[in-house]
Design a protein around this ligand. Structure first.
Ligand code: SF4
Length: 298
C-alpha cells in the first residue's frame, strides 16, 4: 500500500501533508508533518498541483483557501472537528451584534464561513501575539474557551469575551486526573496544550502549541515528560527521542476524527480523485483576508 501511494503520488503530482495527530502509518507516507500553522504555510508554497491534507475538514478548507489554484483533497470526508462545529456563521453574526466594538479573533479550528466574518485568525502558537497586536480593548475570541482564557491570562489589558466551545480531546482531562497521573510519574514534568482546561494548565511546566511542545521536549533537559495533548504527538516524540521517556497525560486523549484517515483512504483519494474540497469563492476571499492578516503578524 505504501509503495502504491508513493507511485501514485508521483504520477498525480501530489503532495501529502499530515497533522501531528495522524496515525504513524499516515505520517510515514507524508511529505510534511506539522501543526495547523505549519501545514497552512506549506500548503501556500508547494509546487505540486494536488494537496492531500491528512487532518480534519477545516485544515483542508484552509489549504484550499490559501492555494485556490490547487486541487485539495481530504482523504476521509468523515474527519471533522467537533470544536469547529461548535460555532456557525449565523450564531457568530448574532454575537457580533451584541458586541459591536469587539474585534473577532477566530482560532483556525473553525469553518471557512466563520473565518469569512472574522477580523483575524489565530493558531494556538500565535494567539497571544495576535491579540496583543490588536488596538481594540475588547476581543471576541472564537471558538475555544480554554485557549481564550489562556490568552486572557497573558493579555490582562484586553477584555476577552469567550465563545463557549472546546476540544473534547483536551477538555476531558480534569485537575484530579492530572494530579493522579503526575503522582504516578514523580520526577516527570508536564507540557500541555492551551486547549486544556485552565486548572490543567496551572499545573503545567510548559504550555504551547503542538509544534512548540515538540521543540520544548527537544530543548528541555528533562528526561521524563508527560504530554498534555493528542496521542499522535507522543508517537512522534518517542520516535525522534528514544533516549527520553514520554507519557500521555490521559490515555483517552485520542482524537477520533484525526485517527479516521487510513492508508486506504489516501490510496483511493489518489487513484480515484475522491474527497476534493471546494470553497465558495466569496467565502474563500473573505476567509483569506482573516488568515492572511494572521500570517502577516505571526
Ligand atoms: S484534537 Fe480537538 S481541535 Fe483538534 S481536530 Fe480533534 S476535536 Fe478538533
Amino acid at each position: 500500500m505504501k509503495k502504491e501511494i508513493l507511485r501514485l503520488k508521483r504520477e498525480k503530482n501530489a503532495v501529502i501533508l499530515a497533522h501531528h495527530y495522524q496515525s504513524l502509518a499516515v505520517k510515514e507516507v507524508a511529505d510534511f508533518v506539522g501543526d495547523s500553522l505549519e501545514l497552512s504555510k506549506i500548503a501556500s508554497k508547494v509546487d505540486e498541483s494536488r494537496i492531500l491534507l491528512c487532518g480534519v475538514h477545516f485544515m483542508a478548507e484552509t489549504a484550499k483557501i490559501l492555494a485556490p489554484q490547487k486541487r485539495v483533497f481530504l482523504p476521509n470526508k468523515e474527519a471533522g472537528c467537533p470544536m469547529a462545529d461548535m460555532v456557525t456563521a449565523e450564531r457568530l453574526a448574532e454575537m457580533k451584534i451584541q458586541y459591536p466594538e469587539a474585534v473577532v479573533v477566530t482560532y483556525v479550528n473553525s469553518s471557512a464561513e466563520v473565518k469569512a466574518i472574522s477580523d483575524i485568525c489565530c493558531t494556538s502558537s500565535n494567539a497571544v501575539k495576535i491579540v496583543n497586536s490588536i488596538d481594540a480593548k475588547q476581543i471576541l475570541f472564537v471558538p475555544d474557551q480554554n485557549l481564550g482564557q489562556y490568552v486572557q491570562s497573558l493579555c490582562p489589558d484586553k477584555e476577552i469575551v469567550l465563545w463557549r466551545g472546546f476540544c473534547p480531546t483536551h477538555h476531558r482531562v480534569t485537575a484530579q486526573e492530572v494530579d493522579a497521573r503526575m503522582a504516578e510519574f514523580s520526577g516527570a514534568v508536564l507540557f500541555a496544550h492551551p486547549e486544556c482546561r485552565p486548572e490543567v494548565l496551572s499545573r503545567a511546566d510548559f504550555i504551547g502549541s503542538t509544534a512548540q511542545i515538540i521543540t520544548a521536549c527537544e530543548e528541555s533537559g528533562a528526561m521524563e515528560i508527560v504530554i498534555g495533548t493528542e496521542q499522535g504527538v507522543v508517537d512522534t516524540l518517542r520516535l525522534k527521542h528514544p533516549e527520553k521517556t514520554f507519557h500521555l497525560l490521559d490515555e483517552a486523549m485520542v482524537c477520533k476524527n484525526m485517527k479516521k484517515t487510513t492508508l486506504e483512504d489516501i490510496y483511493y483519494t489518489l487513484s480515484e480523485d475522491r474527497g476534493e474540497i471546494f470553497v465558495d469563492e466569496t467565502v474563500s476571499k473573505n476567509a483569506y483576508g482573516a488568515i492572511h492578516r494572521m500570517m502577516e503578524r505571526s
